[in-house]
Design a binder for this molecule. Structure first.
Ligand code: PMV
Length: 330
């Protein structure tokens, strides 16, 4: 039996970082998917191949503690660890210590703020869960993937695995879970990638340090971040794109204030605004990675070109209505 599952990327429209501290965030699944295929193998080993992060290797022995890299050298184990955590969790829940071949094929840029690692973890949970006869519910898939996110950075809010699992557009609040939002129209969104990778864990830790040093300044910023999300939900419901754009600009200012923007991101944000975007902000953890711009209907091409001229890679973001799904079983 070989099962392939897929899960979409995401773009955070409002509330990244502030969501770690319990504020609401607004997030949309994007039609770029990670595919994970799983099949049993007879020797009890776990073999993982993930070309998107340039790593492959075998886990074996008691508690899968022995790792042998096939490609990717010394970095391979760290890169494959989140996938292994999902597999371990699926094996624990199923009570079956079955050997597995796991193959990742992903079209989502890595370490760019588009939730690549969460999409891979979610698709892994679905495909391995099926092979191990767990047939996990969405809630169970989400929980397995969330365990893997904790390995990557210590205090994840859970927003990335949530959107990859459920798809569509969601309001997310830590501890409360997801609230699906029904959008009447597709938002004209362009994503711009600076091409610079960065560590979500380091950026989240940086915000924490700033908050500990200046609590009376940073805590109100986090609260205002939450208010922006609440306003954005209203603007979405009434289809007020101009208000949404303004709110994105304010949100970006707050993210800059807590130190997660960078010159390459600012360049793309300003290029988009000057080309007529209604609003533009960094998306995800920041540092490098991606920004997102909201344009008027018909304004996508001009803004995308401006982002490319400023050195970014631009693409239009369409909503992935479906979250995790089984693609093939044979
Ligand atoms: O890893 P990214 O870039 O997709 O960002 C995740 C969003 C953060 O709010 C920065 C972290 C989190 O756990 O919510």
């Amino acid at each position: 039996m070989r099962v392939t599952a897929s899960a979409p990327a995401k773009v955070i429209l409002f509330g990244e970082h502030f969501v770690v501290y319990g504020e609401p965030a607004l997030v949309m699944a994007v039609e770029r998917r990670a595919y994970v295929s799983t099949e049993p193998r007879a020797d009890g080993k776990i073999y993982i191949r993930a070309e998107n992060v340039g790593a492959s290797g075998y886990y074996s022995g008691e508690g899968l503690r022995t790792f042998e890299a096939e490609t990717g050298g010394a970095e391979a184990q760290r890169r494959l660890e989140p996938i292994k955590v999902v597999i371990e969790e699926a094996r624990r829940l199923s009570g079956k210590n079955l050997g597995l071949n796991v193959t990742v094929e992903s079209a989502i840029p890595v370490a760019a703020g588009l939730g690549s690692s969460a999409a891979v973890a979610v698709a892994t949970a679905a495909s391995a869960g099926r092979v191990l006869d767990l047939n996990p519910s969405r809630e169970e898939i989400y929980r397995m993937a969330y365990e893997a996110e904790k390995v990557i950075h210590g205090t994840p809010s859970g927003i990335d695995p949530a959107i990859s699992t459920y798809g569509g557009t969601l309001m997310y609040r830590r501890g409360e879970g997801v609230q699906p939002l029904a959008l009447k129209v597709e938002l004209p969104l362009v994503i711009g990638n600076t091409g610079l990778s960065r560590s979500t864990g380091d950026l989240v830790a940086g915000v924490r340090r700033l908050k500990e040093k200046y609590p009376s300044l940073v805590e109100p910023i986090l609260k205002i971040g939450g208010k922006i999300t609440a306003e954005a939900v209203k603007a979405l419901e009434t289809g007020n794109l101009e208000a949404l754009g303004n709110l994105m600009n304010i949100n970006h200012g707050l993210l800059s204030a807590v130190g997660v923007s960078s010159l390459p991101l600012e360049r793309l944000v300003y290029a988009a605004r000057m080309a007529g975007a209604l609003g533009a902000k960094l998306t995800g953890a920041g540092g490098g990675g991606c920004m997102v711009a909201l344009t008027e209907a018909g304004g996508l091409g001009k803004v995308a070109r401006a982002i490319e001229e400023a050195g970014g890679e631009a693409f239009t973001a369409t909503t992935a209505k479906e979250g995790v799904r089984i693609e093939e079983e044979r």
